[in-house]
Design a protein around this ligand. Structure first.
Ligand SMILES: Cc1cc2nc3c(=O)[nH]c(=O)nc-3n(C[C@H](O)[C@H](O)[C@H](O)COP(=O)(O)OP(=O)(O)OC[C@H]3O[C@@H](n4cnc5c(N)ncnc54)[C@H](O)[C@@H]3O)c2cc1C
Length: 397
């Protein structure tokens, strides 16, 4: 019998496992991951951005964890010799309507105590000669790293502290008893006094396995990327973001300098027909069926129909996708969009069809379940892990 079993070897589960091993030495902890390696889903298929926390509702968990997480990611990378760069990002408005929304976003950034600098058209041109806009603001603390390496380093430290990781071990059923939780997997059964689930795209399924009430369901949104050719990589010095739609939890197609030197274009946000479906043709009948019988799904579709259709159109026609980028970077041409692997976001949607913006947790007597951990959960993974452990101290006595 373990003291703790943690399910999910993405950045959130690994951060929780590692921090638990530091806070409570001698505790027996088992981390279960269904894939052959850690960080193969959202954690290993993202933009690698260390967000500063501009966008989030002041007072929300996202706002708090992102700001703290930003500092902690830089410190962790320095302490453990991981690659990082504090390149800063520009949020660029390209027309008067976006300018108004950008002003609001700038105010929100200041409410969130983020270090930002307003730039007029000329100042934007001085900083980024290849980018055009009617104005922009600079977010100094935004940076880049590699979250797969980051997760690997936490796992290494967890192992050193005596923690156990079992890869290729999929959890297929859970039973919470009076004094333990039984965990049935494809590699045999385990038991623990306490359970923490951090299952990303599968988070709602684990909550249902425990028999807990889940007023939400995960809806997968594929984020498709391209990358620029080598000769266009120095077209930007910062990360370049558009002004996002404030009603959606997605940031818009941006230009991102990756830590390996490449520059990605994306991601968009297309409804995926399979939770771990990284290619356009990927379909899962099980995932489709679950979506089809979920009330919230149809309400969400009705509310977001027009933006959903535009996303599909731009996904299938490169010219539409290109148009999103050329608004602020007109030099990019169709031939500059080279293939790059996609990611899939786990987005929780509630029964009324609303996309849940903040991080969401559901607890029981013996379990804590991370139900919604979309972007910026990679940046925020250390504070999320800390928060889970604070909750564990309270909920589990
Ligand atoms: C396209 C894209 C771009 C993003 N960009 C950024 C960014 O730039 N900056 C940022 O901060 N955030 C970003 N994010 C968000 C960030 O990547 C995620 O929020 C974060 O990685 C979530 O981590 P996680 O551990 O919760 O989930 P995951 O990384 O998905 O890990 C969950 C793990 O649980 C495992 N699992 C699931 N079910 C079971 C089971 N039954 N048994 C055993 N194991 C199981 C899975 O195999 C998986 O490894 C982005 C996300 C996407 C998709």
């Amino acid at each position: 019998m373990y003291d703790y079993i943690i399910i999910g070897g993405g950045i959130v589960g690994t951060s929780t496992a590692w921090q638990l091993s530091q806070r409570c030495p001698g505790t027996s902890i088992l981390l279960l991951e269904k894939e052959k390696n850690l960080a193969l889903h959202q954690t290993g298929r993202n933009s690698g951005v260390i967000h500063a926390g501009v966008y989030y509702q002041p007072g929300s968990l996202k706002s708090l964890f992102c700001r703290n997480g930003n500092d902690m990611v830089y410190r962790f990378c320095q302490e453990y010799g991981l690659p990082w760069e504090n390149c800063g990002k520009l949020i660029v408005a390209t027309n008067p309507a976006e300018f108004v929304r950008m002003e609001k976003l700038y105010q929100r950034a200041r409410e969130n105590l983020i270090d930002v600098e307003w730039l007029n058209r000329d100042q934007l041109g001085e900083r980024e000669p290849h980018i055009v806009g009617v104005g922009a603001f600079l977010v100094r603390k935004t940076g880049i790293t590699d979250y797969r390496l980051f997760t690997g380093k936490m796992a290494e430290q967890f192992n050193k502290a005596g923690g156990e990781i079992r890869l290729g071990t999929e959890v297929i059923d859970l039973k919470e008893m009076a004094d333990e939780v039984r965990v049935e997997t494809t590699k045999g059964d385990f038991a623990a006094r306490h359970l923490i689930t951090c299952a990303g795209l599968m988070s709602d399924r684990l909550v249902r396995m425990l028999g807990l009430k889940a007023n939400f369901q995960i809806v997968p949104f594929r984020g498709e990327y391209y990358q620029l050719p080598r000769n266009k990589r120095d077209i930007i010095h910062h990360l370049i973001y558009p002004v996002p739609d404030p009603d959606l939890p997605f940031l818009g197609v941006h230009l991102t300098r990756m830590i390996d030197g490449s520059v990605t274009v994306g991601p968009n946000a297309v409804l995926a027909l399979k939770r771990e479906g990284y290619h356009k043709g990927d379909v899962s009948l099980r995932d489709l069926k679950e979506m089809a019988i979920f009330r919230g799904f149809w309400k969400m579709i009705r509310e977001n129909l027009s933006s959903g259709i535009v996303e599909y159109k731009n996904s299938f026609f490169k010219s539409g996708y290109l148009g999103l980028i050329r608004k602020y970077c007109p030099e990019i041409e169709t031939g500059d969009l080279e293939p790059y692997p996609a990611g899939v976001r786990a987005q929780a949607v509630d029964n009324k069809g609303a996309l849940i913006h903040d991080f969401l947790f559901v607890n029981s007597k013996r379990s804590i379940n991370v139900c919604n951990a979309p972007s910026p959960a990679a940046t925020s993974a250390l504070p999320i892990g800390g928060y889970i452990l604070d909750q564990a101290a309270r909920v589990f006595n």
